[in-house]
Design a protein around this ligand. Sequence first.
Ligand SMILES: [Cu+2]
Length: 335
Amino acid sequence: MKRLLPLLTGLVLLLSACGREDLSTLNPQGPVAEKQLDLMKLSIGIMALVVVVVFAICIYVLIRFRRRSGDKSIPKQVEGNHTLEIIWTVIPLVLLLILGVPTIKDVFGLAKDYSKDKNAVQVRVTAHQYWWEFEYTGYGIKTAQELVVPTDKTISFELVGADVKHSFWIPAIGGKMDTNPGVTNRMYLEFPKEGVFRGKCAELCGPSHALMDFKAKAVSPASFDRWVAAMKAPAVMPADAEIAEKFTSQCLTCHAVGENGGNSAPNLTGVGSRQTIGGILYNDTTSVEKNIHDWVTDPQKYKSGAMMPKAVENDLTQEQVSAIAKYLAEYKLDY
Ligand SMILES: [Cu+2]
């Protein structure tokens, strides 16, 4: 135990230092996570009660009926006891009912389908190695890595995987649900409090699985409307003609800004106002411009296995990388 102590201390430090936004299911920030936590408390409570009672009886029996010194007699041999048998059948039955009824009720309640609900915001989530795509089907908007949602509406998710199996999870809000290639899963979440919540991929999907983070940003209804309008505004392109051409030929083949560009990499509309670059480089510890510059120069340095080629492989000079980083860092959305 003495030897394990430093290890345990280290683990506690490590775990408590995990990230900024709370990744804990024990501090729910929405009704879905609250229901899930209630179920956890109920089942852990019942299990703990059983453990305590069983151990207490066991210890009592061990002490009370132990063989005393000098006692060589054979104890009375008992076969069958109706009262005891009924007791140890009825107690688990009652416990199972207490556990089962609310669990089944909540499991079915949380599976409610809001995909046809006109009041819900419909979001199609596509998980890629190693980033998240969010398509707001009712608004004709696509974004990546940062899910923006209003606090007053239910968000109905349609979940798919683009390559391998991933899993969509925002611990403080609720979840999780697998995103499978070729299959659509559905779930809903509600975000009654404004704030930024951290999301994670919860299914081992490759070398950068642990870095497959995203943000869920819950904003006021008015702010959400402003965000939608800003996302739908015509895309801003680099002012310099040479950089605009380079950006179009080297970046927009996969990425997009607004409607311009491809579909196979994160949509970059308003990327300058996101909290992170690549989901992991925080823009408040280093500037967004530096983060974009670092990322574009060598994406695999930050996310091993990322599909994006290095700047040199992408035929970009350091000056062009700097100009593109400056343009993207300044591409912010007001909302
Ligand atoms: Cu993953």
